[in-house]
Design a binder for this molecule. Structure first.
Ligand code: NDP
Length: 260
């Protein structure tokens, strides 16, 4: 018999950047656990492909074309999703880009601002609108909700040539802790997920690099690249009532890389 709290039937989970990569890995697991899912991305073709894949699980799926760096678009999409799906129980602010430079000395303000706009401001808009919805629901007598941000190993490890990216990921962890304290009274929890080296489009160049595989991936104790499906378990746990007393935490999922 399955552990009952992991059954997400009746819950709605929204994953930004849920149309591919880590976000799709999380959305698939959430759907398989019974949650209705909402996914956000900027690409219509990625959205349609993911929607078709997720729909095979039999849950309700809503794919919305949203650029998370666009405040008005996030406000409108969150409201539309809440009406279309009836409620939103879990929001995972996962959409992100990785823009670095050849060296910190050469990093431009455009690179810095692009990272900030998508990874930090995007997570801010997403989490703020999610909290607004969850607080309103709590005030009408239906408390609860789970917020998660996808940060990165780069938030805690020195990510050379990626100072802007690293700053956004440290920033979302700090924001998450503040959200967790402020919203606990409404039954809303907040946590961060920190992926290590994961095989997605974002790391395509490194996956093809012999040097990177020999020098970095060989040092991962589990001895492989992480896969999007490796993030299904944490997504289901955080969306479920199994984690109802777990808030303000950071989950490092890196195959043991940081401790070796
Ligand atoms: P991918 O590049 O594979 O996917 C990125 C996802 O984000 C896509 O769904 C993309 O959809 C969406 N996205 C990008 N920009 C925007 C935007 N402006 N608005 C809305 N959606 C957007 O990346 P990963 O799956 O690897 O990354 C997911 C998260 O994990 C990111 O926050 C990343 O920083 C973090 N991470 C990844 C690691 C890795 O090794 N891969 C390591 C540590 C953290 P679309 O194309 O439709 O816009």
């Amino acid at each position: 018999m399955a552990y009952a709290p992991f059954n997400l039937q009746g819950k709605v989970a929204l994953v930004t950047g849920g149309n591919r990569g880590i976000g799709l890995g999380m959305a698939e697991a959430l759907a398989q656990a019974g949650a209705d899912v909402v996914i956000w991305g900027t690409s219509e073709s990625h959205n349609r492909a993911a929607e078709a894949r997720l729909s095979q699980t039999g849950v309700r799926v809503l794919a919305q074309r949203v650029d998370v760096s666009d405040e008005a678009a996030v406000v409108a999409a969150m409201a539309e999703a809440a009406v279309a799906m009836g409620r939103i129980d879990t929001v995972i602010a996962n959409a992100g880009i990785g823009a670095g430079a050849r060296s910190f000395s050469e990093m431009t303000i455009e690179t810095w601002r692009r990272n900030m706009a998508v990874n930090l401001e995007g997570a801010f808009f997403t989490c703020r609108e999610a909290c607004k919805h969850m607080v309103e629901r709590a005030k009408s007598g239906d408390p609860g909700g789970s917020i998660a941000v996808t940060a990165s190993l780069a938030a805690v490890d020195g990510a050379a040539r990626n100072e802007a990216y690293a700053a956004t990921k440290g920033g979302v962890i700090s924001m998450m802790k503040a959200i967790a304290v402020e919203h606990a009274r409404y039954g809303v929890r907040a946590n961060a997920i920190l992926p290590g080296w994961i095989a997605t489009d974002m790391t395509a160049g490194s996956q093809e690099s012999k040097v990177f595989n020999e020098k970095v991936i060989a040092r991962v104790p589990i001895r492989r690249w992480g896969e999007p499906e490796d993030f299904g378990g944490i997504a289901v746990y955080l969306a479920s009532d199994a984690s109802k007393y777990h808030s303000g935490d950071s989950f490092l999922i890196d195959g043991g890389y940081a401790i070796f």
